[in-house]
Write a protein that binds this ligand. Structure first.
Ligand SMILES: [Zn+2]
Ligand SMILES: [Zn+2]
Length: 283
């Protein structure tokens, strides 16, 4: 696994590279604009060129880089205005990723707000199809496994697999597996991964997994609450992460930390994860 974390782009997109290197990242994830604002950022030619040149001359030229989509986007919003806004915002997210040359865009599928999972799933699929009919992205769109708070769609592997099947664009899509979220959703990864990997394989196929989010969980198994903890300091525990690090199936996949505590914790967690991975294989 290429290990890294979510890095801030405060002060400019190019700052991500140095911040990532400073905490020992081999890969990283960014927001391409303020994740809590609707207003879309237009990238200037300088920003576009600057980012690509910076990347080419950095340690990140050959590893896949990831963006995380805005939390405001809800592809199964009940109100028409919010739904069309969300679809438009996703188009702009995809375009910004392509402008910067990023490989993956991670998206929380959506919240049905009480209209039911079946309706939610179908509406999400329709939204993605409508987005792809307007803009055909180079960046791969990854649906993230979620913890299942409220009416969120995508806490069972089968929900994601249904969306992927309905959209039927396997080369344009994939899955991001968040360890905290699947544990909170009820998948027990504490003492091993075999059973959960089997369930993923049966649902969407392990080949669909393009990114891992590596987070421990403050909340217990099946709590459906999304609260991240540093690795080894939550209810999942260090053992599960050690086993995952040694799984050679995921050797070419980014593993991104989104844990609280700032750069010191990122650096410490990345170092620990690397040490466990390096016992099994070298990049
Ligand atoms: Zn995540
Ligand atoms: Zn989370």
């Amino acid at each position: 696994m290429f290990l890294g974390c979510h890095v801030s782009v405060a002060g400019g997109l190019n700052n991500a590279f140095e911040r990532a290197e400073n905490v020992g990242c081999e890969a990283f994830q960014i927001f391409t604009q303020n994740q809590r604002q609707w207003k879309s950022t237009i990238l200037t030619q300088e920003q576009k060129d600057g980012f690509r040149i910076m990347r080419k001359n950095s340690a990140f030229s050959l590893v896949p880089l990831t963006a995380h989509a805005s939390y405001l986007i809800n592809l199964c919003a009940q109100e028409d205005e919010k739904l069309s806004r969300s679809r438009q915002a996703l188009i702009e997210e995809l375009q910004r990723c392509d402008t910067l040359g990023l490989e993956y865009l991670v998206l929380h599928p959506g919240s049905h707000g009480g209209k039911g999972e079946t309706w939610g799933i179908e509406t999400i699929s329709q939204s993605i199809m409508s987005v792809f009919s307007v803009y055909k992205p180079k960046v791969r769109l990854l649906l993230e496994t979620i913890a299942g708070q409220g009416t969120g769609v995508g806490f069972r592997f089968e929900e994601l697999s249904t969306i992927l099947t309905q959209v039927a664009q396997p080369n344009a899509m994939g899955v991001c597996v968040d360890t905290c979220h699947i544990f909170a959703a009820g998948y027990d990864i504490r003492s091993g991964w075999d059973s959960v990997l089997n369930q993923m394989d049966n649902a969407f196929g392990l080949d669909s997994i393009k990114v891992f989010h590596l987070n421990d969980s403050i909340k217990p198994l099946g709590s459906r609450r999304d609260r991240h903890a540093p690795i080894g300091q939550g209810m999942i525990g260090a053992k599960s992460f050690k086993i995952l690090m040694q799984e050679t199936l995921f050797r070419k996949i980014p593993g991104i930390l989104e844990v609280p505590g700032g750069d010191d914790v990122f650096a410490e967690n990345i170092k620990w994860l690397k040490s466990k991975r390096d016992l099994a294989y070298r990049l």
